[in-house]
Design a protein around this ligand. Structure first.
Ligand code: ZN
Length: 369
């Protein structure tokens, strides 16, 4: 149940968009993976990274993101599953001591955060976001300064939701604590101060609301009101899904707190992040998009594309090339061409070939010395 129950094997960079000092660095660790299961951990990391790359707005911010995988083996598989929450009572010996049933809530899956930080500080101290994948198919996860998620169906969605809390400070946008239909009490109406999180509010005034610049003049404020605060609002969205306004029911309360869109990944898994959450993610990661990173392209199976960069003056070339982001892609490119123009600029180019049988999405970039 501690560092005595396994080993830190080492760190591998699995997405490389440049030096760690210039990028937003995601670090992924595992708990409850035996040494013989580390290959499975690698696969589980790759699945999450592919899910993240396919999720707006991370797709457009991808060139600003590095991902590192820290392999940690445990003596046993899985996570503690206390009988107090109806679990099996299992207590496997795992390095970070992952356990369900924190605070008496079965799905609340937590690890020894200080031990996670100690390992990350030793292996990859430039981490901006730390996630721990727990090797169990039982449903669970948590936010906090270390996000966790299990391998239950849709686990990537849990990871993206928890990352919303940990990396971007989002509140939960759901309007119930124990679940709509639970008959819960004490969650009828939020009566606290204006929440500090960017994606929930008590303010339905269009002149002062904190995401007011995203609210169209024709959108009612509040956009929906719950007629019966003893339970969740049963009404559907009266407006198109993309409408930003103030929908009543958020922050575990049926009334009194409002969310920006009818749905958001911070309200229910499987939805996109709402426009307000997406904007915060962009504002956080965009500064790590280096100016020398040149966008993204897709190349058909068996096709070639030529890419070129032009710099003023006659600088030497540090690096020019492509990085595939499609899983299992095979790309190659030739020795860079170079031409000094009489006008005082230098042109470098490469020809990229897709050797795969499927279209491949890739980043193209180059840097000068
Ligand atoms: Zn949101």
């Amino acid at each position: 149940m501690s560092a005595a129950d396994g080993n830190v094997v080492g760190t591998t960079q699995i997405v490389d968009h440049g030096p760690a000092s210039q990028k937003w660095n995601l670090v992924i660790l595992g708990d409850g993976y035996k040494q013989s299961e580390l290959t499975k951990f690698h696969t589980d990391c790759a699945i999450f990274v592919n899910t993240m790359f396919g999720t707006p707005p991370y797709d457009e911010l991808w060139c600003g993101i590095n991902v590192y995988r820290i392999d940690v083996s445990s003596t046993d598989s899985g996570a503690d599953d206390p009988v107090a929450c109806g679990g099996s009572g299992a207590t496997p010996k795992t390095y970070f001591d992952a356990s369900f049933c924190n605070g008496g809530i079965q799905r609340l899956l937590e690890v020894n955060n200080s031990l996670v930080h100690a390992v990350v500080n030793a292996q990859m101290p430039q981490a901006h976001m730390i996630m721990v994948i727990v090797n169990t198919t039982e449903y669970g996860g948590s936010g906090g300064d270390v996000a966790t998620f299990s391998l239950a169906a849709g686990a990537g969605e849990i990871g993206l939701h928890e990352m919303g809390h940990t990396a971007f400070g989002f509140a939960d946008e759901y309007e119930s604590w124990a679940g709509c239909g639970s008959g819960e009490t004490g969650h009828d109406k939020y009566t606290g101060a204006e929440p500090s999180q960017p994606n929930v509010t008590t303010d339905t005034n269009r002149a002062t609301n904190k995401w007011r610049d995203l609210v169209a003049a024709a959108t009612p404020m509040p956009t929906t009101a719950n007629k019966d605060c003893s339970k969740c609002d049963p009404q559907g969205n009266p407006l198109p899904a993309s409408t930003v306004g103030a929908y009543e029911g958020a922050l575990y309360n049926h009334c009194g707190a409002y969310r920006p869109q009818f749905n958001c990944r911070m309200r229910a898994l499987g939805n996109p992040y709402c426009a307000v959450c997406q904007r915060v993610i962009r504002q956080t990661i965009a500064p790590y998009m280096a100016s020398w990173t040149w966008g993204t392209s897709t190349i058909g199976a068996g096709q070639t594309q030529r890419w070129w960069l032009s710099w003023n003056g006659y600088p030497g070339l540090e690096w020019i090339g492509v990085q595939p982001v499609t899983p299992g892609a095979e790309l190659d490119w030739d020795t860079p061409g170079m031409q000094e123009n009489p006008g005082g600029s230098t042109l470098y180019w490469i020809t990229v070939r897709n050797k795969s049988a499927v279209p491949v999405t890739f980043h193209f970039r180059g840097s000068m010395l």
